[in-house]
Design a protein around this ligand. Structure first.
Ligand SMILES: [Zn+2]
Length: 396
């Protein structure tokens, strides 16, 4: 066995132990060994090293009053943090720092900034990060890494961003740029891939965990698919990039691929607002304000707004029926900006899906709305960074 194999095995064992104690306080080394399937001596040795690094603490178990008292292990979950950057919106950085139990330490969103280029954006994020960790008295050494959500694709072969809704990120080696500025491990992924991972772990019941889809509606339309337990990525990372299938309005031109009829053009906030106001408008022309007006009118059941709900609900249902027929998921989550109007869209969605359903009718297709998709994205980022974390090299 090579030295690299031995290191790999040890790193896997460390991850297994951390995963075991992450949400469970008070386990003894013996209990951790039972739960992880590792030997007691392996658990004991790694726990000793992790304790030296400040990643875990041990203390005497208060349940034993006589004899040799076994120590219980607790993860120092509130000493280590993941920085999450959500860069889906042009000109806006949503930033949050989460501890290892997904508690939000701080959350921040800037007012719209006209960033000249990706470097200006990343440096702006870094200076905000510095200010916030200082004000919370957190050392940079305790940051596990940076998880970045984008509305686009992280091209696995090129290491660059593709098909991105934010022009200054298109074609950029974003992961490298952020690593160079933050000097931390970085993970970049599409918002839907991060969301489906968190939905699988934290929302889906055990029976449904292996086949979950997350459909994200925002600046674009993103889909994350876990099929038979595996996140679908494809050869280059563009797998499940479904926003450009031509089931939308054939008079609308897609601003990403420039074709006509892309479903993303109908179902993004730009598409909803176009159908509601009669014109396409960008952020600078006030799309967000019109979107908010639209939501108010939907909630008031105003006919002109409800017509848009019907038209887009049917298209959304057609999109979901494609996903259902491709992947036979147990559960579909919908998140993003549509949460406030989801209940109005749902009857049209489910009606379309049922028409095209091939699986027996007695099996319900479970579609649920994720009310807090920002947090879901953050939690997905934490998972990815924890998976990369090598705490035996962490500085305390
Ligand atoms: Zn397109």
């Amino acid at each position: 066995m090579s030295i690299n194999d031995i290191i790999d095995i040890k790193q896997k064992n460390v991850k297994d132990i951390i995963r075991c104690v992450r949400f469970n306080d008070g386990l003894t080394k013996k209990q951790i060994a039972e739960k992880t399937g590792l030997s007691f001596s392996t658990v004991s040795n790694i726990c000793n090293e992790l304790k030296e690094k400040g990643v875990i603490t041990d203390k005497n178990d208060g349940n034993y009053s006589v004899g040799r008292t076994p120590k219980v292990i607790n993860l120092a979950y509130n000493k280590f943090f993941v920085l999450c950057l959500d860069l889906q919106l042009e000109g806006i950085i949503k930033m949050a720092l989460l501890d290892l139990r997904n508690n939000i330490i701080f959350q921040y969103e800037n007012d719209n900034v006209d960033f000249a280029d990706v470097y200006e954006l990343v440096n702006f994020a870094y200076s905000g990060f510095q200010t916030y960790i200082k004000s919370h008295d957190i050392s940079e050494d305790h940051i596990v890494g940076v998880g970045v959500a984008i509305s686009g694709v992280f091209d696995r072969k090129e290491g660059k961003i593709g098909s991105c809704m934010v022009p200054i990120l298109e074609g950029q080696p974003l992961k490298k740029i952020i690593s160079d500025v933050f000097h931390l491990p970085v993970y970049v992924d599409n918002e839907s891939n991060l969301s489906v991972l968190a939905a699988q772990l934290y929302k889906a019941k055990d029976d449904y965990k292996d086949n979950v889809i997350y459909l994200y509606i925002g600046e674009g339309v993103g889909v994350g698919v876990i099929s038979d337990g595996t996140l679908i990525r494809g050869e280059n990372g563009y797998g499940t990039e479904i926003g450009h299938i031509p089931i939308g309005n054939m008079n609308y031109q897609c601003r990403t691929c420039h074709s006509y009829g892309c479903v993303e053009t109908d179902l993004s906030i730009y598409g909803f607002v176009k159908k509601y106001t009669g014109r396409f408008m960008g952020r600078k022309e006030g799309v967000v304000k019109e979107w908010n007006n639209f939501i108010c009118d939907v909630l008031d059941n105003k006919p002109e707004a409800m017509n848009v709900i019907q038209e887009n609900g049917i298209i959304l249902g057609q999109l979901v029926s494609i996903l259902v027929n491709l992947f036979d998921p147990a559960l579909i989550y919908m998140g993003g900006v549509i949460a406030p109007i989801y209940d109005k869209l749902y009857p049209f969605i489910i009606d379309e899906v049922k028409k095209r359903l091939l699986i027996p009718n007695d099996r319900e297709i479970m579609i649920e709305c994720d009310e807090n998709s920002d947090y879901t994205i953050f939690k997905g980022s934490v998972e990815r960074l924890l998976n990369m974390w090598d705490p035996l090299f962490a500085i305390t």
